[in-house]
Every structure is written in structure tokens, then in C-alpha cells.
Write a protein that binds this ligand. Structure first.
Ligand code: QAP
Ligand code: CO
Length: 162
């Protein structure tokens, strides 16, 4: 396993539409392992393959309840109920802002064994899924920010949560 370099905003890899994974071979397994290691070596909760320069539809997320590996993820349902909350991105270091996302989403994906899975996620995990799926279509959260938040305000909001 290896920690991969996280690509930062300005690199055109972050603006490309990623390709579907048609075969889960050793390269994909290694990529998943490396992405998890890279995520856990960062302060992030989610990482998409284009952020490590691989234009494939893969993301890893750990919003506190364990690692989720998503291959060819698709959102199959979302709540009408939207919530506004803070979001950042490992490819846009130091920038945080308010983004409106569905409170709950259902995502269908393939796991590393080739099994199809479907999960329904709420709140932070739902937000992370939406954010990572946007990466796979070349979109960054800053396109959706309604208001940027400075670091002090971010700390205040975090301490007010729960
Ligand atoms: C998406 O992004 C996300 O600028 C994942 O200095 C973020 O984990 C979904 C990070 C928040 C929901 C809520 C960003 C770490 C992490 C930074 C991340 C930074 C250090 C971003
Ligand atoms: Co991101």
C-alpha cells in the first residue's frame, strides 16, 4: 500500500468526467487500498479517484462509521429535504463553505468483490457521498457554495454541532 499525492485545484484532472470501471483487477484493488491509506493519512472523510489523478469512477469515504468503497456509484434516491452545512475538500485546502445537499441519499455501487450494494445514508455521510460523486463528473464543491466560511467561523460551527 502507498500514500498517493492528492491533486489540488487548478489541475485539469479535477474537471474531467471519470470512466466506468468495467473490471475489478489487481490495479483497482491496489488503487482502493492506496486511496484508503491516503484518506486515513489526511484529515479528510472522503476521497475520489480523480483526486489522486486516476479518472475512474471510484471513491472511498469514512464519515466515522467505517470505510465505504464505492465503485461506479450511482445515486438512486434522494430526500426532498435539503440541509445546508459546511463542506471542504482535500483538493481545495483551507477553503470551506456552505453547500445545500439532500438530508438522505440512496447510493448503488459495486464493492471490491464485484458485489452490488445499495445503502441509504443520512446527514454527513449523505453529504460526503454527494460530494465524492460530484468529483467523478468533474465538479468541485466550490461551484455549489452559497457562502464561504472563514476558519474561526468553522471552529465555532463545529463546536456548536450536536
Ligand atoms: C468532503 O472532504 C466533505 O481544506 C470530503 O485543510 C467534507 O474530507 C463532506 C479537509 C466535509 C462533508 C463535509 C479539507 C481537511 C477535508 C481541508 C474532506 C483541510 C483539511 C476535506
Ligand atoms: Co473533495
Amino acid at each position: 500500500m502507498a500514500i498517493r499525492n492528492i491533486i489540488k485545484i487548478g489541475d485539469e484532472s479535477l474537471t474531467k468526467k471519470c470512466r466506468t470501471v468495467d473490471r475489478i483487477d489487481q490495479r483497482i484493488i491496489t488503487l482502493l487500498d492506496d486511496m484508503a491509506e491516503t484518506l486515513y493519512n489526511s484529515e479528510g472523510i472522503g476521497l475520489a479517484a480523480p483526486q489522486v489523478g486516476v479518472l475512474k469512477r471510484i471513491a472511498v469515504i469514512d464519515a466515522g462509521d467505517g470505510l465505504l468503497e464505492l465503485i461506479n456509484p450511482e445515486i438512486t434516491g434522494a430526500s426532498d429535504d435539503m440541509i445546508e452545512d459546511c463542506e471542504g475538500c482535500l483538493s481545495v485546502p483551507g477553503k470551506w463553505g456552505i453547500v445545500k445537499r439532500p438530508r438522505s441519499v440512496t447510493v448503488r455501487a459495486t464493492d471490491r468483490h464485484g458485489n452490488k450494494t445499495e445503502i441509504t445514508a443520512e446527514e454527513l455521510l449523505a453529504r460526503a457521498i454527494c460530494h465524492e460523486l460530484d468529483h467523478l463528473d468533474g465538479h468541485l464543491f466550490i461551484e455549489k457554495v452559497t457562502e464561504f466560511i472563514d476558519p474561526e467561523e468553522l471552529e465555532e460551527r463545529k463546536s456548536q454541532r450536536q
